[in-house]
Design a protein. Structure first.
Lengths: 77, 123
């Protein structure tokens, strides 16, 4: 999978993100690094921040399109 | 509840630090599992590892219990801490050691650095 479909899913989940980057870490289309900065993360634990990202990417995670996912999230405060 | 799910729940609840991973500490099969294991070891955590690879049901049951979709998963005294990225971030900020101390006591550092492995299928 290219990075664009994942970006679309994340943009849908975090429309107010100030930073939203999806990188294909290996070029193989299944190891991704996702970086999201959004006010939605403000006040949330890292666990809950990552939970929101996992939920946004639930389908590609469940069907194996994403083999390995690295997540970096930040609030805006 | 299935027997396997019950066994997984017991590991989560009873082990000081449970790491559900791909492979074993001696033979890690995935980069994220390796990162989580390394961060836990550097913090001195007494790691109990469960290999999820021998049977796909282990991962299914684990995610049903934890509500977390990816591997690895780290629990401290029954509390889900997160996957490799969270454990690494917590380790870098010192929060991981603080959490281990808070949940396991100041003397939590494992004397047995190798940790142990639990086979949830054999239980």
């Amino acid at each position: 999978m290219a990075t664009a479909p994942l970006e679309t899913l994340l943009q849908g989940a975090f429309p107010d993100a100030t930073e939203l980057v999806v990188e294909d870490r290996t070029g193989g289309g299944d190891h991704f690094q996702v970086t999201v900065t959004s006010p939605r993360f403000n006040g949330l634990s890292l666990l809950d921040q990552h939970r929101l990202v996992n939920e946004a990417l639930a389908d590609p995670l469940a069907d194996g399109t994403i083999h390995e996912l690295r997540i970096r999230t930040r609030g805006t405060q | 509840m299935s027997e396997l799910r019950e066994t997984i729940q017991q590991v989560i609840e009873n082990e000081p630090v449970a790491l559900f991973m791909k492979g074993t500490p001696q033979f890690v099969m995935c980069g994220n599992s390796e990162r989580a294991l390394r961060a836990l070891r550097e913090a001195g955590a007494p790691v109990t590892a469960v290999d999820i690879l021998p049977d796909p049901r282990i991962r299914q049951e684990l995610s049903a219990v934890s509500g977390w979709p990816t591997i690895p998963q780290v629990f401290v005294r029954g509390e889900l801490i997160g996957g490799a990225d969270i454990v690494e971030e917590l380790a870098a900020s010192g929060d991981l050691e603080r959490k281990l101390e808070e949940r396991l006591g100041a003397e939590y550092r494992s004397e047995e650095a190798g940790g142990r492995v639990v086979d949830v299928l054999a239980a």
